[in-house]
Design a protein around this ligand. Sequence first.
Ligand code: PEP
Ligand code: MN
Length: 337
Amino acid sequence: MIIVLKPKTKSKDLKHLISKIKEYKLIPHISKGKERTIIGVIGDERVLQTVSLESFSCVEKVMQILKPYKLASKDFKSTPTLVKVGDYFIGGKQVILIAGPCSVEGREKFLKAAKMVKEAGAHILRGGAFKPRTSPYSFQGLGEEGLKILAEARDIFNMPVVTEVLDTRHVELVNRYADMFQIGARNMQNFELLKEVGKTNKPVLLKRGLMATVEEWLMSAEYILSNGNMNVVLCERGIRTFEKATRNTLDLSTVPLIKELSHLPIIIDPSHGTGKKKLIPAMARAAVAAGADGLTIEVHPNPAEALSDGDQSLLPSEYSKLVKEVEKIAKAIDRKI
Ligand code: PEP
Ligand code: MN
């Protein structure tokens, strides 16, 4: 950390600041220039996160050198983390395909969808039982009944299941049925929820918040990791920008960026990322080309009748075509589906 002091700082104020830095077992290196004094703080400056240094009257500016996240960073672990979900590993050579309808709408419909995405080549099954809807009058999900259907589909089709957990009160319940928790975009900064899933050892698919920076997203991952759960997979699902032509702006640059900053796997959700089914195959291909560790895509046997996100849901036949296309891209970059 570098602390720039105001001109004409009094030596008693400087002493006070120095003693504060030493209190945290950090070493201050003072460099006095003609006009300004600068302090280089040596040691893990993150211990100072709770101290408001800029509130010291002699401090003009504080510059952080270390990233605020620790366990999520490449400095902590330089090799890629593999997250095991069922018999699959996310973060390895295989590009993992998650697919299924936005919501679990009923037993027959869901089993039909599961069968179709399995035949198309998906590895992990998705479906929401607790839905975060903008309107309280929209379909809210089937709750525990939906979880039971997911678990049944897992057993029939031998596919692990991922589903969203919306609330701390449901963590235990969802943990009983699902193979992977999904933390939705709207809950990315629900810190109590992050801590609760962090106390389990179940894999967590952490979606990027609608308005979250990459640093905020990694800090949310840090909440889960610092509570003991190292099985975190990041999911870019688009952010809100001024652009209205698509539902969200899918930030594919996060794939190489996260690979640079973190050891955690990253997957892409082109369904919520675009909100338009026509754009999904191209974004899926681009995501795999960019090095994504997986894709999560909404597929519905009858999108026109879907209770949520029908506009961005692919037909099973369209999904099957997409899988064949991304398979070629994966091969070209020495990965596999
Ligand atoms: C979903 O996966 O259906 C969902 C609600 O996603 P997000 O949290 O990214 O909007
Ligand atoms: Mn959805």
